[in-house]
Design a protein around this ligand. Structure first.
Ligand SMILES: Nc1ncnc2c1ncn2[C@@H]1O[C@H](COP(=O)(O)OP(=O)(O)OP(=O)(O)O)[C@@H](O)[C@H]1O
Ligand SMILES: [Mg+2]
Length: 388
């Protein structure tokens, strides 16, 4: 399943925005235009739908409450609206689901968020079948029910379990090299879905030997092309049983031995984790700024590498949405230009620009998204250097 389109109203810095998505979609925009906030819509749906510790109330609470979530540009305390379509294919006759969720503040003492509208529609080509429409009679009899969505309840979501499963499978990654390296030692709070890679080594350790070896071999091959003198990658445990990744480089003395992950460069480790996590699942993936710590020459190859992993048979259904600042990544005429969204701040909140017909034409003629779209996204006033 793929996210085909999203429309939001009053979501953080988006007063009203809509966008369509491709198999791989790039979200660009200057700092603080709302790229992370935009990705957060999908994380939010995941948090609502996830089977353990999920739910609407928790997802809103984790974001600081409704007052933080709803758009400050809106004039009255508004509904927050999310309207999303999930389809089996991005082209051709649409088959899949539409999910609409509007919520607002209860208004009474407790001021809890409550559902104003929840609707599930089955899309079959040109036909649409309404599967769920709330508030319904039961909600009227017991308004307490409106504090929970139907997708978070096993007894209510049987008819659209596919939709719930899709949402709860969404993975968000913003890999932080220091956490990849020292996650075990830093300890502290592990976020459940491990977005920063803190439990990365533990994940590598807990995979089956055969799977792990085959993944590390594939990563070794990919890194061999990207990192000079990188020769071998393997998994090992130290005397106290702690898991490690070890690499061998050809430029040291032949018996110089293996280096452990705390000696790897930040970029090397980030690439290893990124490839591993790409191979680990087949559900939808949100990637924050994958270019961080990476050399431009490698970043330039990322779209091709991502597409390659995505096309490997099991992951053909895997959709990837990427936030990026990288000119190099988009300086790639192989990218599907329809999947490049540009965010721009205005006085009325951020707007999402899809490529225009002229932009698409220019990209079809061989210009890259960096030439055509990114050039529009640089901030108008650069930071005033004299202040620094
Ligand atoms: N409820 C809200 N209403 C209006 N604006 C909001 C709201 N919540 C957050 N913002 C604004 O959203 C902006 C941050 O957006 P976000 O973190 O998504 O940016 P970004 O594009 O990911 O930036 P970066 O490139 O620096 O990561 C901030 O300027 C913040 O003030
Ligand atoms: Mg961000």
């Amino acid at each position: 399943m793929f996210i085909r389109s999203l429309r939001v109203k009053n979501w953080r810095n988006f007063r009203e925005a809509s966008a369509q998505f491709r198999e791989i979609t790039y979200i660009i925009g200057a700092n603080a235009t709302g790229k992370s906030n935009f990705l957060d819509v999908f994380r939010f749906l995941r948090d609502v739908a996830k089977p353990q510790g999920g739910g609407l109330q928790k997802a809103i609470l984790d974001r600081g409450g409704l007052a933080k979530l709803r758009c400050l540009h809106a004039r009255r305390p508004p509904f927050v609206e999310i309207d999303i379509r999930i389809l089996e294919n991005l082209d051709g006759l649409p088959q899949g689901w539409q999910y609409e969720l509007f919520f607002k503040s209860e208004g009474a003492g407790a001021n809890r968020p409550v559902i104003a509208v929840e609707r599930v529609t089955r899309i079959k080509g040109k036909e649409k079948e309404l599967i769920l429409q709330r508030p319904d009679k039961e909600d009227e009899a017991d308004p307490e029910r409106l504090t929970q969505t139907a997708i978070e309840q096993i007894q209510s979501n049987a008819k659209f379990r596919e939709l719930t499963d899709f949402f709860s499978g969404i993975t968000y990654l913003h890999l932080v090299p220091q956490l990849l390296k020292y996650g075990e030692f830093i300890g502290g709070r592990h976020l459940e879905s491990d977005p920063f890679g803190q439990a990365f080594l533990a994940r590598v350790a807990s995979s089956k030997d055969k799977v792990r070896d085959s993944r590390l071999k594939r990563i070794q091959k990919a890194l061999g092309d990207a990192i000079p003198q990188f020769a071998e990658l393997r998994f090992a445990r130290d005397e106290s049983g702690h898991p490690h990744l070890e690499a061998k480089y050809t430029h040291y003395r032949p018996n110089a031995g293996w280096q452990r992950e705390d000696q790897f460069s930040d970029g090397t480790l980030r690439l290893i984790a990124l490839f591993w996590l790409l191979m680990e699942g087949d559900t939808m993936l949100l990637l924050e700024e994958p270019e961080l710590s990476l050399d431009e020459a490698i970043v330039r190859q990322l779209p091709r590498l991502l597409e390659k992993v995505r096309r490997s048979s099991k992951r053909r259904q895997r959709q990837i949405i990427i936030s990026t600042h990288s000119q190099a990544m988009l300086d790639n005429s192989g990218i599907d230009g329809r999947g490049v969204l540009r965010l721009e701040r205005t006085n009325e909140g951020t707007v999402v620009h899809e490529p225009s017909e002229i932009d698409l034409e220019a990209m079809r003629a061989g210009l890259s998204p960096a030439d055509v779209i990114m050039s529009k996204s640089h901030p108008k006033g650069a930071i005033q250097m004299e202040l620094l």
